[in-house]
Structure formats: structure tokens, C-alpha cells
Design a protein around this ligand. Structure first.
Ligand SMILES: *Cc1c(COP(=O)(O)O)cnc(C)c1O
Length: 467
């Protein structure tokens, strides 16, 4: 399988190359040259299989010749063996039509583990093969950071530099990053918002001087391999609910549009997806874009769901590229315009294409708290604030009569204990696997939100590409 840049100006790469590259050299994102499609019988045959086996089957067409089917199966077995639930992503029934897909049974209690535990193993495999060192640079609004750090801590050929906005991640989230003391892990707290941190990372990817010395890799959802790994649980959940013979809808707490884009990919691969509900909090650029075509950047408002406090949604570019006829030059012009003016209008074909599959919703602080309360009072489930935005959406949007709607539970409620306690009076306990988090030593470097300072720090602590 070949991977193309959404902006048409970078050379095509194979899966191994796209995994190590992260962002394309023209500033675009890698997408597969075509969507593989499963026959109904192949989807039906996934019912009842172990998660690691479904993962290997769904991902094989994307991996192509970069890994043998046997090796891929070994890696999925190893990655998903680290989850605390035998089903890896268990599905729970909430009421007659609503279901909850729990994606938070990995080591750091957020759905990002599902992709990053595998990505760490893929990095190791490909870097050993090439004799190369990788410098991973990422920005996190909370969960990406801890999941990425856990996935690569202690790896020989990877150094990770994780930027987070100082004071804007929860205590649990911060400690999950800063208490990992492995020498290849470098936490950096910067002054500013998550979007500022993400802008620094994007700039580093386009920094020639850095790219000449270091192989800079991405663990944010701009990395295609992450999205690929997330396609799997859409299949795993849908076949449990009767796919391919029955349609299923999904409601997805959305920030960078990675998770819900994986649902779009599943639909392109033949999964009968009735609707994909893009659930946002008050940082609603995606809700505005999908409901009125207006993709214009607002000011980030901090909320109880910080992983969705985003006003630029990187992976939306992948959707616009696919819906706009995969025209790299047009995409480069459209995104160039957006980067200049912080606003753009979707084209008619983009709007109409998106409307066929996507719906969207916005939850304010009251909606979130009400959804958390509903989960506890009616279903006996504690929901984290991100998941609550999607429950709010699932309860308000019509996905068709008799269509089951699956809300993706993206974080364990214990990661956001204060918000959950405020809404329900219940304080969720931390699972035993992270139980002593508050006793562990922390290590973190504080830097101003200044590109030169950050680049200097990384250059003096990273290992050159080969050496
Ligand atoms: C990252 C994250 C999201 C947003 O996912 P995207 O792929 O960026 O849309 C939602 N909820 C939680 C808990 C997250 O960590």
C-alpha cells in the first residue's frame, strides 16, 4: 500500500516510511492511496474472534509488505495483551438503543493506548531494521502524552519530547507523564494553550535544520498508523451488534478528528455505519464546520474535557481531501488559505459528502454534567467528561429507527475525578495499575512558549538520525 500526502507535494511512501515520517514534507498528512474493502463474508467472519485477531485482519491491507501477516499478528497480540480487560475494548449496553464502547482499559486509562501501544512496537520493529534513531516530538492536551510516553519509555532507538500546556492538564494526566523517569522521556511544560504547543510541533516538522540532523517522528494522530489502529474497534463493536447485516451508529468525543476519522475509514472499508456523530464541547469548530460549512478558528476555552479543547483539528484535512476528490493541489491551496486567515469555507462537495455520514453536536458545561448524572442515575456508569459530551450527542441526535448507537468512552472516569464527583457525588477510584501515581517522583522541564528555546532544548538532548 502506498501513502500519499494530502497536499500532493511529497513523495509517496510505504507503510514503514509513513509510520516513521509522521507529517509529510509538504505539510500534508499521509493517507492510503485507496481504501481497501472487505466483502460482507469477511466482516461476518470477524464475529467472536479475539480483538488481536480482528486487529491483524483489519490492518493487514494497510500494512502491505512492511510486515508479514504472522509478524503483524505477533505485534497485535503483544500490544493488546497489556490491556486490563480480556475483551480489550468491552461493549456495554446502556439502554434499549445506546451502548458504551470502553476504550480505556490500557496502561494510561485513555483510548489513545489502543493505538499507541501498537505504534511503540512498530517504531521498534522498523528502527531496528533500519539502524536508525527517532526523535519523537509531540504536543498533548493530556492523554496523548501519557499514552505515547508509556508506549515508548525505555526503547533504545527513540527519544520522546512531549510538550504540554502548563497548568492546563489534569493532575492525573500530568503525573502519568512526568513520573515516567526513563532516560529517553523528556517532558516539557510550555506557557500557552494546546494549540500553541501543537503549532510548535508543526513548525519543528518543517524546520530544515532540525530535519537534517534528526529523524523527527510523530505520535499525534497526524501519524497514519494511529488512525489505522483505531479503525479496528469500530469493526469489533459493530460485528457484536450484528454487522454486516445491521447498521450501527457511533458517537465520538472529538478533538483532532482522529478517532472519528477512523470511523469514516471503517465505513469506506465496507462496515455498515449509519451515522458518525462528531461530539464537541464549547470548542466547536467542527460542529460549526459540519453544520454550516464555516471552519473558522475561535479562541480556545478551557473545559472539563481538555482533550477536546481544540480549535484546529488536524485530521479534518484528511476528510476534506477525500471528499474533495483527492486533489492535492486544491487541498494545499485551501489549507494555505486557512493557515493565513484562520478561516475557510467548505466547498459544496465537501459539505454534501460530509453530510451523508456525519452529524455533529456541541455540549456546554451543563450538558456535560447532565450526561454524567444520567449515566450514573440511569445506568450505574460513571462517565468521564469527554465521554459525556458524546452521550449528550447520542441522546439528542436521531440516527434512524432501530439503529444501535455506540458511544466511544475515551477516558476512564478516574482521570477526571473532580468533574465526575461534582456531577454525581461519586469519586471514582484509580485502578490498581496506576494506584501509587501520587507518591511517585516527577520530572519536567518548564520552557516559555518560544520556538527557539524549545528547538534548542530538543537539539541538545536528542540523538542524531544515525549514530
Ligand atoms: C484525544 C482524546 C479525544 C479526542 O480524540 P481525537 O482523535 O483527537 O478527536 C477525546 N477524548 C479523550 C479522552 C481523548 O484523550
Amino acid at each position: 500500500m502506498d501513502y500519499l500526502s494530502t497536499r500532493g507535494g511529497a513523495k509517496a511512501l510505504d507503510f514503514e516510511g509513513a509510520t516513521l515520517a509522521g507529517l509529510a514534507s509538504d505539510g500534508g498528512l499521509y493517507v492510503p492511496s485507496e481504501w481497501p474493502r472487505f466483502a460482507e463474508s469477511e466482516i461476518a467472519a470477524m464475529a467472536g474472534l479475539p480483538y488481536a485477531e480482528i486487529a491483524a485482519r483489519v490492518m493487514q491491507p494497510f500494512v502491505g509488505d512492511s510486515l508479514s501477516p504472522e509478524r503483524l499478528r505477533e505485534l497485535t497480540t503483544q500490544a493488546y495483551g497489556r490491556f486490563a480487560h480480556a475483551a480489550v475494548t468491552p461493549l456495554k449496553q446502556l439502554d434499549e438503543t445506546q451502548w458504551l464502547l470502553e476504550l480505556f482499559h490500557g496502561p494510561t486509562l485513555a483510548f489513545k493506548d489502543v493505538a499507541l501501544q501498537l505504534l511503540g512496537l512498530l517504531f521498534e520493529e522498523f528502527l531496528e531494521r533500519r539502524g536508525q534513531n527517532l526523535t519523537v516530538v509531540g504536543a498533548t492536551s493530556g492523554d496523548t502524552g501519557s499514552a505515547a510516553i508509556d508506549a515508548v519509555a525505555g526503547l533504545d532507538k527513540v527519544n520522546i519530547f512531549m510538550l504540554h500546556p502548563r497548568g492546563r492538564v489534569s493532575d492525573v494526566q500530568r503525573r502519568q507523564m512526568t513520573t515516567v523517569l526513563a532516560p529517553n522521556v523528556h517532558n516539557i511544560a510550555i506557557e500557552g494553550s494546546f494549540d500553541d504547543a501543537q503549532a510548535m510541533v508543526k513548525r519543528m516538522f518543517n524546520d530544515r535544520a532540525m530535519a537534517d540532523r534528526f529523524a523527527i517522528g510523530a505520535v499525534n494522530s497526524i501519524n497514519w498508523a494511529r488512525l489505522m489502529a483505531q479503525v479496528v474497534y469500530y469493526f469489533a463493536a459493530a460485528v457484536q451488534l450484528g454487522a454486516p447485516h445491521r447498521q450501527v451508529a457511533f458517537s465520538v468525543p472529538t478533538g483532532n478528528f482522529g478517532d472519528v476519522f477512523a470511523g469514516y475509514v471503517a465505513a469506506q472499508m465496507g462496515l455498515p455505519v449509519a451515522k458518525l456523530v462528531v461530539a464537541t464541547n464549547v470548542n466547536d469548530i467542527l460542529h460549526r464546520a459540519l453544520s454550516s460549512g464555516d471552519y473558522s478558528q475561535g479562541i480556545v476555552t478551557p473545559t472539563a474535557a481538555p482533550s477536546m479543547d481544540i480549535q484546529v483539528s488536524s485530521n479534518f484535512e484528511r476528510l476534506l481531501f477525500d471528499l474533495g476528490g483527492r486533489d492535492g493541489a486544491a487541498m494545499a491551496a485551501q489549507m494555505g488559505g486557512f493557515e493565513g486567515t484562520k478561516a475557510m469555507q467548505l466547498s459544496n462537495s465537501q459539505r454534501e459528502g460530509a453530510a451523508r455520514l456525519f452529524a455533529s453536536s456541541r455540549a456546554d458545561a451543563d450538558d456535560m454534567a447532565q450526561a454524567i448524572r444520567w449515566g450514573w442515575e440511569h445506568c450505574g456508569e460513571l462517565l468521564d467528561p469527554h465521554t459525556a459530551c458524546a452521550i449528550h450527542a447520542a441522546k439528542t441526535i436521531d440516527c434512524g429507527a432501530g439503529v444501535p448507537i455506540v458511544t466511544l468512552a475515551t477516558a476512564h472516569p478516574a482521570k477526571f475525578r473532580d468533574a465526575v464527583e461534582r456531577a454525581t457525588g461519586q469519586r471514582p477510584g484509580l485502578p490498581t495499575r496506576v494506584g501509587d501515581l501520587f507518591e511517585r517522583e516527577e520530572r519536567c522541564t518548564e520552557l516559555p512558549g518560544d520556538y527557539a528555546a524549545i528547538a534548542d532544548y530538543i537539539a541538545s538532548h536528542a540523538v542524531p538520525r544515525s549514530g
